[in-house]
Ligand binder design. Structure first.
Ligand code: NAD
Length: 461
């Protein structure tokens, strides 16, 4: 049988149509083959969301919280399996934290003035559709936390997740949609693409239906978003120092520092990344750190680690989020399972101290007094204005360091994760807008202020 060109084109058209239909019927909720389609769907869903009552919106949030609790173990396992980073028990805790402590619609609070000239309200309205770029270090945690905050603010959200964590991130998007539909909300309340790339991210950043973009990641993505011509929320990199002075409870400081540094194998951007300690207490601090699962490496091992972790000065992603034991075994050093953290002493310029590594390697820098300690810690934070921590009972030292370091997060006398509401007061977020100054984001961050004025009426005082 001879088939002419016209017939071939018709067959191709029919096959494509069939494939489309199949993809549509098999498609997981919220996941699209193409970014423009995803955005269109999110625009439609936002119109539905906007018509819902605040009560209806809160029901969706409650349903998302339930889904996260039910799937915390699964998501933790998926994240570790797909990215090779972090550890399952800590990732379960992170998901539970997102479910319990991410603010919902209660964060949307109206301000009012009333008087002889009437009633004025500041209402927190949605932006519409928000674009969100998410990291591979806390993939589903960030998708779920962003979803709760953005939806509570009345927005729908388009995700462009990190390609290295696409399975886990997109599974979280699917759960958000299932939760929404089960609570009477729209499908596509959160959307994403099956294969996110820098190109799909660019389409999202340039799309006219997206007025606000939240970027959680390293310096590259934050700069890209802030150059997009759109309003951007920039949650960028950190290199949090922890300062220990001679008034600190050294035993507790050592325990808190090791617990904070090793949480999810040091993946959280807020985690202790290096120590600056008064010289007078450094030996005691190291002694207590060794009692808490630290392993002091030799000078030779230090050199081996630099070659492994920063080959050619560039971060080796294969070491990010790995356990201390796994990293040590990569340089041929076998240690017991109880070893949680690798420590050594060095100057602040030491590459394993100055660079943000995101692995349980903690360099210790000696300082002679508070001026010296503050100067070294501020230098190490590199002006990220992200996070810093301190162990001290001297309120003047605490105040001086707090002012000098000027970070979005400053934890005193506790592990870094208490900043996320884990063993500390306050709410949880996995998007800390260090660069653009919103700090720990929540639903209200994802709204715009609208003034509604009723002239000369409705004051009933
Ligand atoms: P990453 O910068 O490699 O990737 C983050 C996201 O940005 C990914 O989705 C990636 O695809 C995208 N991206 C990267 N470069 C881009 C560009 N030029 N244009 C557009 N998109 C781009 O970061 P990661 O390894 O996934 O995460 C770790 C980094 O993120 C660390 O630096 C950490 O401190 C930071 N982080 C910050 C926060 C915060 O709240 N401030 C939270 C988590 C992680």
């Amino acid at each position: 049988m001879i088939v002419n060109e016209k017939e071939i084109q018709a067959i191709i058209k029919e096959v494509i149509l069939k494939m489309h239909k199949e993809t549509e019927s098999n498609k997981e909720p919220g996941i699209f083959p193409e970014m423009n389609q995803a955005i269109e769907a999110a625009v439609k869903a936002q119109k539905v969301l906007q018509r819902l009552t605040m009560d209806g919106r809160e029901k969706i949030i409650q349903s998302i919280r339930k889904k996260i609790r039910e799937n915390a173990e699964l998501l933790a396992g998926m994240g570790v399996e797909e990215t090779g980073m972090g550890n399952i028990p800590h990732k379960i805790l992170k998901h539970q934290l997102v479910a319990e402590k991410t603010p919902g619609t209660e964060d949307i609070v109206t301000t009012a003035w009333s008087g002889d000239r009437g009633l004025t309200l500041i209402e927190m309205g949605p932006f519409g559709v928000i674009g969100a770029i998410t990291p591979c270090t806390n993939p589903s945690e960030t998708v779920l936390c962003n979803s709760i905050g953005m939806i509570a603010g009345g927005n729908t959200v388009v995700f462009n997740p990190h390609p290295a964590a696409v399975k886990t991130s997109n599974y979280a998007v699917r759960l958000v949609n299932e939760a929404s539909m089960e609570a009477g909300g729209p499908e596509n309340i959160a959307v994403t693409v099956a294969n996110p790339t820098l190109e799909t991210g660019n389409i999202m950043m340039k799309h006219k239906a997206i007025p606000l973009i939240a970027a959680t990641g390293g310096p590259g993505v934050v700069t890209a978003v802030l150059s997009s011509g759109k309003r951007g929320i920039g949650a960028g990199a950190g290199n949090p120092p922890v300062l220990v002075d001679d008034t600190a409870d050294i035993k507790k400081a050592a325990r808190d520092i090791v617990n904070g540094c090793t949480f999810d194998n040091n993946l959280p951007c807020i985690a202790e990344k290096e120590v600056v300690a008064f010289s007078s207490i450094t030996d005691e601090l190291i002694h207590n750190m060794l009692e808490n699962g630290c392993h002091m490496i030799s000078k030779n091992q230090e050199e081996e680690l630099i070659k492994l972790v920063l080959p050619g000065g560039k971060l080796n992603r294969k070491c990010v989020g790995r356990s201390a034991k796994a990293i040590l075994s990569m340089i041929g050093a076998e240690v017991p399972d109880t070893v949680r953290c690798i420590i050594f002493e060095g100057e602040k310029e030491h590459p394993l101290i100055a660079e943000e590594l995101m692995m349980p390697i903690l360099g210790i820098v000696r300082a002679k007094d508070i001026e010296d300690a503050i100067e070294k810690a501020v230098w190490l934070e590199h002006g990220n204005r992200h996070s810093a921590h301190m162990h001290s009972k001297n309120v003047d030292h605490l105040t001086r360091f707090g002012k000098a370091i000027d970070t979005a997060i400053f934890v005193k006398n506790g592990p870094s994760y208490s900043a996320l509401g884990f063993g500390g007061e306050g709410y949880c977020t996995f998007t800390i807008a260090s660069r653009t100054g919103e700090g720990l984001t929540s639903a209200s961050t994802f709204t715009k202020r609208r003034r509604c004025v009723m002239s000369d009426s409705l004051c009933v005082r």
